[in-house]
Design a protein around this ligand. Structure first.
Ligand code: ZN
Length: 158
């Protein structure tokens, strides 16, 4: 059998999930980084190279897929805040309310109560979306991407 005729081995759902998260995490840490690639932890304010930061959830991702993949609630955090302080939720709430509207925070809490079944196509959509966003950032380092909240508000608030 020729090489071209061999069917590619299909990848597991976990492979797609891991890839989607890898790109989402990278995007979260880069979307507001400066042109040298430095960004701030949203809960303690420490500035670090984006690779030393983590993508931290406002509402714990253990609450499920709907909130896990909602970019409005995923921002850069340092290891200390995200892991050692368990997400530093009190400071995270202050950050969200300072920066976004109460309606956005309430909507994220509502989303966290919903369930979302993730299929391969859902992960593929995220992978394509994140790859496109990362390509834009690579072309314009240091230029701020519109936040999900701005996009969401344009769509939902008149
Ligand atoms: Zn921190």
């Amino acid at each position: 059998m020729s090489r071209a005729a061999r069917k590619p081995k299909s990848k597991s759902l976990k492979w797609y999930r891991d890839k989607a998260w890898e790109l989402t995490s990278k995007y979260v840490r880069l979307r507001e980084a400066d042109e040298d690639g430095y960004n701030r932890c949203v809960t303690c304010g420490i500035t670090k190279p984006w690779k030393e930061l983590q993508a931290g959830h406002f509402i714990p991702q253990a609450r499920g897929n709907a909130i896990r993949w909602d970019l409005r609630g995923i921002w850069p955090q340092c290891l200390r805040c995200n892991c050692h302080l368990g997400g530093n939720g009190a400071e995270y709430t202050c950050y969200m309310l300072d920066r976004f509207s109460r309606a956005t925070v309430d909507d994220l809490r509502r989303v966290a109560t919903t369930t979302r079944i993730m299929r391969r196509a859902d992960y593929e959509e995220i992978i394509d979306d994140m790859a496109a966003r990362l390509a834009r950032i690579a072309l314009n380092p240091g230029e701020r991407e519109p936040t999900e909240t701005q996009e969401w508000q344009r769509n939902h608030v008149s």
